[in-house]
Write a protein that binds this ligand. Structure first.
Ligand SMILES: Cc1cc2nc3c(=O)[nH]c(=O)nc-3n(C[C@H](O)[C@H](O)[C@H](O)COP(=O)(O)OP(=O)(O)OC[C@H]3O[C@@H](n4cnc5c(N)ncnc54)[C@H](O)[C@@H]3O)c2cc1C
Length: 519
């Protein structure tokens, strides 16, 4: 299935060459095809595209542009602030979901194109809320420098900040409260979050705030059998901390009811079938309107109801660890102990303001509160887009993405490179990789259309891409660029370390160490 899907995305000639040749030859033949195409167009200036961010959105946009315009007529330069590629496909997707990371094989293939270049360790624009002070600063290139040297720029730098609870809530800054984004980055080896060192030793209950799939990822990692995790690409550092963890009960708390939760049934099912983990049923009064929905329940909601009613494979009484969903509770603050460590989470009890079965039904506070004792809390209330410098005015704070018209950034119309957006930067931090792919394809099609209509890449002024950037920076520039070959070296080193530990890879979690591998 995966292979068919992948093949369907290739040009017919590439598809044939891949279907009928062994692997090593495939790469060679693909490269030969690329070279042939390049030679055939030595005289025509190429469309110069810069892509900011090497996550799924950046790679799928690059793939589609190269495929549709043809490698002889376009070059794609991809800029990534970390020395390593793939964004959340590497640093977000849970380690026990290795099949989701298969998209990286496709991205590897895109990077083989001679019309593609990777500039790792190179941030574009300064982030307006800089969170990376803990890792060595990457090279920094201003967006305006790219805009004078490229025809089109794709902003696909994801969402690398947190939504926060209001700072007026009591206790939000207590120790032991972690953002899910940082916790996920920590166990997945993101260099920015290795300092997090979550304290999992203070007690047996964790409260996860949020009812999305990231909240369920966090809960699963806290509950999962450590020997299962050991075989994944989770870092050894995280294994060491999780194997000592005293957390035995995880409460997953959300503002609305079961019909309004945004997690998916697949992730709920995974929790229900975790080895040695039992599910505690939600309060009967909260479930009642949902359970009585009968024919009004849609197919997905009906399935969720069945999952919740059937419960876990292991009964809670026999389980090593347990979890439960708490519905209709909105964060009201935290209480700390004498050491300023969180000891309880407070919630306003909410009630639904309309049809309990509708996805978009709102809630209002009842005036009652509840206290849930906990030793740690993980806030999974959403990611936020950081507008990099140069596009601050094009960022829509309410919508939480760059203002754009099907991928064309609105407000960037001048005689510099056109700005496009793809992925989470374009439509906000929601959606799985498949949705990101379709969204990236939409942006790529727009670029193709603008190229074909002469709006970009066909004007009198020829843009010089990376050569132009280097010439503008002058000889004083001392950039430490990480190329694709460099990344492959880091990749090999991680795989070698992984083999020794009986896993696919052991990630290098420190930028300085990554660069040392390349010396
Ligand atoms: C915890 C978590 C788990 C997930 N699990 C799944 C799953 O199981 N299955 C699934 O299909 N989807 C999953 N997703 C969703 C999936 O990860 C996203 O759909 C996808 O990664 C979005 O792609 P993107 O390219 O827009 O952003 P990202 O993947 O975030 O990529 C953005 C890239 O831009 C880089 N960057 C940032 N700023 C700059 C800058 N100034 N200059 C240069 N580079 C920069 C970043 O380092 C990053 O590499 C998950 C998401 C999260 C958060």
């Amino acid at each position: 299935m995966k292979t068919c899907f992948f093949l369907s995305m290739l040009t017919p000639s590439l598809r044939l060459s891949i279907l009928h040749t062994p692997t090593r030859m495939r790469v060679q033949q693909t490269c030969t095809l690329h070279k042939r195409r390049l030679l055939s167009s030595a005289v025509t200036p190429k469309l110069k595209v810069a892509v900011v961010g090497s996550g799924p959105a950046g790679f799928y946009t690059a793939y589609r542009i190269l495929e549709r315009i043809g490698e002889s007529s376009v070059t794609v330069d991809m800029f990534e602030k970390l020395p390593v590629p793939f964004g959340l496909a590497r640093f977000g997707v849970a380690p026990d979901h290795p099949e989701v990371k298969n998209c990286q094989e496709k991205f590897e293939e895109v990077a083989q194109s001679p019309s593609f270049q990777f500039f790792g360790n190179t941030a574009v624009g300064a982030s307006t809320t800089n969170t990376s002070s803990l890792i060595p600063a990457p090279n920094q290139i201003s967006l305006s420098l790219l805009r004078t040297n490229y025809d089109a720029i794709v902003l696909s730098y994801g969402a690398d900040a947190d939504k926060h609870l209001p700072s007026s809530l009591p206790g939000v800054h207590l120790s032991g409260i972690y953002s899910a984004r940082q916790f996920v980055g920590w166990y997945n080896g993101h260099p920015e979050f290795q300092h997090l060192d979550p304290d999992l030793l203070r007690g047996d209950t964790a409260v996860v705030v949020g009812h999305g799939n990231v909240a369920l990822d966090v809960a699963r990692i806290l509950l999962c059998d450590i020997d299962v995790l050991r075989k994944t690409d989770i870092t050894e550092h995280a294994i060491a901390a999780l194997s000592q963890s005293k957390i035995k009960h995880v409460k997953i708390v959300g503002r609305r009811g079961p019909a309004q939760a945004s997690f998916t049934n697949k992730e709920v099912r995974e929790l229900m079938t975790l080895d040695g983990v039992g599910f505690i049923q939600p309060a009967a009064d909260v479930m009642k309107p949902f359970a009585e929905g009968g024919k009004s329940l849609g197919r997905v909601a009906k399935r969720l109801l069945q999952l919740l009613q059937r419960g876990s494979t292991v009964k809670a009484g026999d389980a090593r660890k347990t979890f439960e969903f708490e519905f209709l509770k909105s964060p009201a603050g935290f209480i700390g102990d004498d050491n300023n460590q969180v000891s309880s989470a407070m919630f306003d009890i909410m009630e639904l303001q309309g049809d309990p079965l509708q996805k978009d039904t709102k809630v209002k506070a009842t005036g009652e509160t509840v206290e849930i004792p906990c030793a740690a809390s993980f806030l999974s209330i959403g990611y936020k887009i950081n507008p990099i410098s140069g596009v601050e005015e094009m960022y829509d704070d309410r919508a939480n993405h760059l203002t754009n018209d099907t991928g064309k950034v609105v407000g960037s119309e001048d005689n510099l490179a056109s700005l496009y957006a793809a992925g989470w930067t374009k439509r906000g931090p929601v959606g799985v990789i498949a949705e990101t792919m379709y969204d990236a394809f939409e942006t790529a099609e727009l670029i193709v259309k603008d190229f074909e209509s002469g709006l970009i890449g066909r004007g009198s002024s020829v843009r010089h891409g990376w050569q132009g950037v280097m010439s503008d920076l002058g000889s004083s520039s001392n950039l430490r660029i990480v190329s694709w070959q460099d990344w492959q070296k880091i990749d090999r080193s991680e795989r070698e370390m992984g083999t020794k530990l009986g896993k696919e890879r052991e990630k290098v979690t420190n930028v300085a160490e990554m660069l040392k591998i390349l010396e």
